[in-house]
Design a protein around this ligand. Structure first.
Ligand code: ZN
Ligand code: ZN
Length: 421
């Protein structure tokens, strides 16, 4: 697992085996008690207690439920480690004995099942593990460690809320910001790259206006159903006809609603769509094309009013700084065997992690840790059925405990030590 010679990271990690049973318990506890975005009170209290017990200066309630722990250990660099804490309105179907049976009221007051279907419970356990080990081995490093537990990643609101609550004014500016995500991939594998690592995401609601009429008298209507159908089909031409083969983008219409009854032509239709891009130029072109198509289709139908295009949530592009990524990759290569490190393409998933670095003007690095049983992964790969494995957000998404738990603690310690050792 590690190289033969003793490095400062390995000396911090000598305590890992000793804390794993406790971390496993903690992970299962968080998994069984998931909390929706901006409701992460229990999880935040748990993280704050652990940090305080390890000797960190702890500030809670940053941007809602956010927690910041500072461990000052002499002169040196400041490293910020970030974990997100929120779960999703998903009914868990993993069948494990630590599965969630939790329900909660969502933003609209509706009762929904709650599950850690994105693995943020693993992220919480990893950061608590790394923060604990670094505190136990203060002789092995110098500088400041800043552990940040962030709310509401799934709604793109958490990083924003912490920043708006004075994160940049109230805490020391780090030299680097590090984060990680558990994903489908052989457990124990680490994937990363320089440049774009997760996509920019933009969501919109589009309201199309027509004129309602009796279903038997289409001549008296301006049918928003037909208008919406044309918009949806024409939107497909953005990626297929306006984006080069060497570029990439995703345009997904995830909701399409109009009408109530077969013999009533409604007077409006709603479309909700989601866009993913990896380049600012491509993003600007795709968003402009959506606006152009929506307005032109409404005009083609003779719509009585221009469509309303309302932005929903937005995630910025997360970009890995070249020098900082090389520093992390070098430390990983020294600690892990080469077979465990893989260069990956950018994920079409999105993250608000990128906001911290881009808005604070601090280099940031984000990487992925595999959480799939290696045999299961190998069999799926051999059968060309990797897409059948439950992805993040699937009711059956469940990282295997080992070595996923250990790996994410090791990566955080090893990467931090590239600045602090
Ligand atoms: Zn997610
Ligand atoms: Zn996630």
């Amino acid at each position: 697992m590690s190289t033969a010679h003793t490095t400062a990271s390995t000396s911090v990690l000598t305590g890992l085996a000793r804390i794993v049973p406790d971390l496993e318990k903690l992970y299962k506890d968080v998994h069984a008690h998931p909390e929706l975005s901006m409701q992460e009170k229990r999880t935040a209290a748990l993280a704050a207690d652990r940090l305080r017990a390890a000797g960190y200066e702890v500030t809670g309630g940053v941007g809602g439920t956010g927690v910041v722990g500072l461990l000052k250990n002499g002169d040196g660099a400041t490293v910020m480690l970030r974990a997100d804490m929120d779960a999703l309105p998903v009914l868990e179907a993993t069948g494990v004995d630590y599965a969630s049976a939790v329900t909660a009221a969502d933003e609209d007051g509706k009762t929904v099942p709650v599950m850690h279907a994105c693995g943020h419970d693993m992220h919480v356990a990893w950061l608590i593990g790394a923060a604990t080990l670094m505190a136990q081995q203060r002789d092995a490093w110098r500088g400041t460690l800043m552990a940040v537990f962030q709310p509401a990643e799934e709604t793109a609101a958490g990083a924003r809320a912490m920043i708006d609550d004075g994160l940049f004014q109230r805490f020391p500016k780090p030299d680097v910001i590090l984060g990680q995500h558990v994903m489908v991939g052989p457990a124990g594998m680490i994937g990363g790259r320089v440049g774009a690592i997760t996509s920019a995401a933009d969501s919109f609601q589009i309201r199309l206006f027509g004129r309602g009429a009796h279903g038997s008298m289409p001549q008296a209507s301006i049918d928003p159903v037909v208008m919406a159908a044309s918009v949806v089909l024409r939107l497909q031409t953005i990626v297929s006809r306006e984006i080069a083969a060497s570029e990439s983008a995703v345009v997904t219409v995830g909701a399409l609603q109009a009408g109530t009854k077969e013999n009533v032509i409604p007077d409006e239709a709603i479309i909700k769509l989601n866009v993913r891009t990896f380049d600012e130029g491509v993003r600007a072109r795709v968003l402009a094309a959506i606006e152009r198509i929506v307005n032109a289709e409404a005009a083609a139908s003779g719509a009585p009013r221009a469509p309303e295009i309302t932005p929903l949530d937005r995630y910025p592009l997360a970009t890995n700084d070249a020098d900082a990524t090389e520093q992390v990759a070098g430390a990983f290569r020294e600690h892990f065997s080469a077979t465990r490190i893989r260069e990956v393409g950018p994920a079409s998933a999105s993250e608000d992690f990128g906001s911290f670095g881009s808005e604070w003007g601090v280099p940031s690095v984000f990487w992925f840790v595999g959480g799939t049983d290696p045999d299961t992964y190998a069999q799926a790969k051999a059968a060309n059925r990797l897409n059948d494995l439950p992805t993040n957000h699937n009711p059956k998404f469940l990282p295997v405990l080992h070595p996923t738990l250990e790996t994410g603690v090791e990566t955080l310690v090893v990467a931090s030590q590239a600045w602090l050792a």
